[in-house]
Design a protein around this ligand. Structure first.
Ligand SMILES: [Zn+2]
Length: 443
């Protein structure tokens, strides 16, 4: 084999490849950002490499895919608590209008990217104002991001009027079309905050640019009731009747579905982005994930933004995704751990249109991978690998992270984000955000 850039020797390799192979003493070779070989230590040990890493005693797996989040929400984490979704959003938007700017969104995004890289997430779908700020933060951090223009029926803090959203979005999609680490998408907020015309315009834009169409859907019972009152259909049926539900549609939440919704989702081939922590914390409910899986609806996993779940940790999301279905169905074998790991890797990547590039450790895939320490009390012994990944491993176990062949965290040190500077800048801004919030409280 030709010389490679990086050779990782000796770890337990969880490939998530087509055969979902687990290699006891495995090896992975990376050249020019791509995985060029996956095999055993013995097979690849003789390979000539610029850098060889002895990863014996560690676990190597694909980087995690956070399929639904709002990166710059980190600016406001824990600012608004103890309110139901609708009232909570209204209150949150007051602070957003005051403090959301191109600069603050980039700061919030860098903060969230640091948190995600530390916990082994290498790819995320982000929805927020100034998507160019998150895009630039991700490109600077060497992080794989799916993001793009958002749609609302009110003038947002980005200064873009409702009438200008499509034209602005079009320019945005052109600008970021050629970035290898960036996957553009189009994202209206939901069916209550964006009119049918707005939803159709967003869909047309996504079709013209050939991107994903991402929106919130059936998150709370209130949202479903109000959508029925206004349009005569549930949110899923509303999108379907507008002709914008298909295999390139990804729907965050889908907590409240009726039989007809299930049928429509199945027929459309749309993917659901499940966010168990946010749904629990906001009291939105528990998504019928076991039934979705049973019916063959692709379910990817996300954390939602750090104001609603307060956390961007995919390990916690995985654990809750598994535990919730078992508790609700009183069935200890429903949604097996492997199914949950798929949601956070292969299925997540497929849902975001990246299934041929990331989510697996396989030849020809981009090298998005994470190394996990196994020599820890809570991880010793390990009889069931997938069970460990879902129910035991935590973010502090992640040692090193590679995105597109580049180490972005090495031995727990972030290589592409000046973490101390980001934290200091955030602390400074937080003082102002808190002072403003205090003035809003009734005396
Ligand atoms: Zn969300």
């Amino acid at each position: 084999m030709e010389p490679v850039d990086t050779l990782i020797l000796g770890p337990l390799v969880v490939t998530m490849d087509a055969g979902e192979r687990i290699l006891e003493a495995g090896a992975v070779a990376v050249r020019a950002g791509k995985i060029v070989a996956v095999g055993t230590h013995e097979e690849l040990a003789g390979c000539d490499a610029t850098e060889t890493i002895d990863a014996t005693g560690r676990l190597l797996m694909p980087g995690l895919v956070n399929a639904h989040t709002h990166l710059a929400d980190s600016l406001f984490r824990s600012l608004v608590e103890e309110l139901p979704l609708e009232a909570w959003l209204e209150r949150l938007w007051i602070s957003e209008r005051e403090f959301v700017s191109r600069e603050s969104v980039e700061l919030g995004a860098r903060l969230s990217l640091a948190e995600m890289l530390r916990s082994g997430t290498t790819c995320a779908l982000d929805m927020f104002w100034f998507p160019e700020a998150a895009a630039d933060a991700a490109l600077g951090a060497g992080f794989r991001l799916v993001t793009g223009p958002i749609f609302f029926d009110f003038d947002g803090p980005d200064g873009v009027s409702v009438e200008d959203r499509t034209a602005t979005g079009e320019r945005w999609l052109e600008r970021y079309a050629e970035e290898p680490l960036l996957t553009p998408c189009v994202q209206p907020h939901n069916a209550l905050t964006v009119s049918p015309d707005g939803l159709r315009a967003a869909r047309d834009l996504a079709d013209r640019a050939g991107t994903l169409f991402h929106t919130h859907c059936s998150e709370t019972a209130t949202e479903v009731r109000q959508t029925i009152e206004r349009f005569g259909h549930t949110p899923v049926a509303h999108l379907d009747e507008l002709g914008i539900l298909d295999a390139r549609t990804v729907l965050a939440h889908c907590v409240h579905l009726d039989d007809d919704d299930f049928m429509r989702l199945r027929r459309a081939g749309a993917a659901v982005l499940h966010n168990p922590l946010s749904n629990l914390k906001l009291g939105s409910g528990i998504a019928p994930v076991a039934r979705m899986l049973e019916e063959g609806i692709p379910v990817a996993l996300g954390t939602d933004g750090p104001v609603s779940s307060n956390d961007l940790d995919m390990w916690t999301a995985m654990r809750f995704a598994g535990l919730l279905q078992r508790g609700v169905h009183m069935d200890p074998v429903i949604t097996p751990a492997l199914e949950i790991v798929r949601m956070a890797t292969t299925v997540g990547a497929e849902a975001l249109g990246l299934g041929d590039r990331v989510g697996r450790l396989a030849e020809g895939y981009r090298a998005d991978l994470i190394l996990i320490d196994l020599d820890r009390p809570h991880l010793t012994p390990m009889y069931d690998v997938y069970g460990h990944l879902v129910y035991t491993v935590g973010r502090d176990d992640v040692r090193s992270v590679m995105v597109d062949g580049r180490w972005v965290m090495r031995d727990r040190t972030l290589e592409t984000i000046d973490e101390a500077a980001v934290l200091a800048e955030m602390e400074q801004l937080a003082v102002e955000i808190e002072r403003h919030a205090a003035r809003l409280e009734p005396a």
